[in-house]
Design a protein around this ligand. Structure first.
Ligand SMILES: Cc1ncc(COP(=O)(O)O)c(C=O)c1O
Length: 456
């Protein structure tokens, strides 16, 4: 959640030239201003908020503008380009599919769809067995919510329709996804009361210091929710805004609670899935399997594709033609996704994320230490970390400092997206999974220096 817009005023930022970073111009680049202004004139302001850099091309963990500048990419777009930018295998898959002169097939069968769903099915643990392909993460979340609601109706009747999710969660920007999310303003904009969408505290150990599972049941009781009216529980596998997994015991208790109350247990793996956390699926950290897992972002390496993967019983609730989408398994997106998944597996990218986790977290610890309490938490797992800027000794967000650090990093050749999370005060560091240790260390040194300078 960007909290403000970057001014379109070129600044002298000094020359940067290393093996991986090149900043040769003012930032924003003077020649880019008309293009940036064109976008600001033609688009809603909600599309703004990101650093004013024109993305032109990328290679692995590097991103370039058209003016000769180059950044180490700590954004992966928005945790999407798992295999890096323009991975040759993904480029080839896209080109080959485009060369077959088939770039749309609706739900008519295609070989590439067959290969992709079979591949995903072969990777997920039982009892997950059915794969439904969609286009965006939000769309897939909508589908999961709908499946849980239908399930509730079938097993418990019309009262069993409450979806429980977590405070500060993010599940996307469509209506249902926003109601399931845990950002109060996003819900207020939708007006009215939505008693079927209930949030409980996420056990992050920071904004919710009590990470015991008792808080879950207690909060439902306080909110007057009969557990038997719950059709489903939805959680990000790690909470995006703080990059924090829930305690393993909490996840196990949640699995048990859902079994006992016939509630569908849904993990939103849109960020966590396909290697980001150092395991292929984020839920492997917990030793539990959800009834539905929702994938997006890293599943396809860049082309728009998402997936809802669930048990046969849940996924077969609707008849032929009753759960479809115009762009389900678009052939080019499906070809890219298959190449992306094969690359993640064959190039050991999950292992790379696990191997580099200590480098990332040690830097987070150093940043916390040098910040005098201004970075309240630096949690992470695999190749994702969130630096939470706060007023010292509190959990009160400090978006201004977070924003300044992003600006400084971008000016010094490290690409970050604008701060996210509570009050727009968390900086996310999530490079492509192909990043090497040298690139990661170089980029982290820049972030450390930027935090030091922003706080000086
Ligand atoms: C955890 C999570 N779920 C769902 C979404 C929504 O995905 P999309 O933007 O593709 O609709 C996001 C996007 O940031 C996300 O981080």
């Amino acid at each position: 959640m960007a909290t403000k817009e970057f001014p379109l005023v070129p600044r002298d930022v000094g020359r940067v030239e290393t093996q991986h970073r090149r900043i040769f111009t003012k930032i924003p680049v003077p020649e880019s201003i008309p293009i940036l202004e064109q976008m600001r004139a033609a688009e809603p302001q909600s599309m703004g908020g990101q650093p004013p850099i024109i993305w032109d091309s990328g290679e692995g963990a590097l991103i370039r503008d058209p003016y000769g500048n180059q950044w180490i990419d700590f954004s992966s777009g928005v945790l999407v380009t798992a295999c890096g930018h323009s991975h040759p295998r993904i480029v080839k898959a896209i080109q080959e599919m485009a060369g077959k002169h088939l770039y749309h097939a609706y739900c008519f069968p295609t070989e590439i769809r067959a290969h992709l769903v079979a591949k995903i099915k072969s990777l997920v643990p039982e009892p997950l067995s059915k794969v439904f392909l969609l286009t965006t993460g939000s769309e897939a979340i909508e589908c999961a919510i709908k499946l849980a609601r239908t399930w509730g109706l079938r097993v418990g009747g019309p009262r069993k329709k409450v979806l429980v999710s977590f405070e500060n969660a993010f599940h996307g920007r469509t209506m249902g996804a926003q109601l399931a999310g845990g950002t109060p303003t996003l819900k207020q904009w939708l007006g009215g009361q939505y008693p079927d969408f209930v949030q409980v505290p996420y056990p992050d150990g920071f904004r919710c210091p009590d990470t015991s599972f008792e808080v879950f049941a207690q909060t439902l009781a306080e909110k007057g929710i009969d557990p038997n009216c719950v059709c489903g529980v939805l959680s990000e596998t790690y909470q995006g805004c703080n990059a924090k997994l829930m305690p393993r015991e909490y996840a196990k208790s949640l699995r048990q609670w859902c079994n006992e109350h016939k509630a569908v247990f849904i993990f939103d793996e849109v960020q966590a899935g396909f290697g980001r956390t150092g395991t292929l699926f984020g839920f492997e950290h917990y030793g539990v399997v959800p009834d539905i897992a929702v994938f997006g972002k890293g599943i396809s390496g860049g082309m728009p594709l998402s997936a809802v993967v669930g048990t046969e019983e849940l996924m077969n609730q609707y008849g032929p033609g009753e759960m479809t989408s115009t762009h389900s398994a678009n052939p080019i997106c499906a070809a890219a996704a298959l190449a992306n998944i094969e690359t993640i597996l064959e190039e050991g990218l999950v292992d790379n994320a696990r191997r580099l986790e200590p480098v990332l977290l040690e830097s987070g610890q150093r940043i916390m230490n040098l910040s005098g309490g201004r970075v309240g938490r630096a949690d992470g797992v695999g190749l994702v970390m969130a630096l939470q800027f706060v007023e010292p000794g509190t959990t009160k967000p400090d978006p201004e400092t977070a924003w300044n650090v992003v600006r400084m990093c971008v000016e010094r050749g490290v690409m970050l997206f604008a701060p996210v999370g509570v009050g727009g005060s968390a900086i996310k560091i999530n490079p492509p999974l192909v990043i090497n240790e040298e690139q990661l260390r170089e980029g982290l040194a820049v972030v450390e220096e930027a935090v030091r300078d922003a706080l000086a």
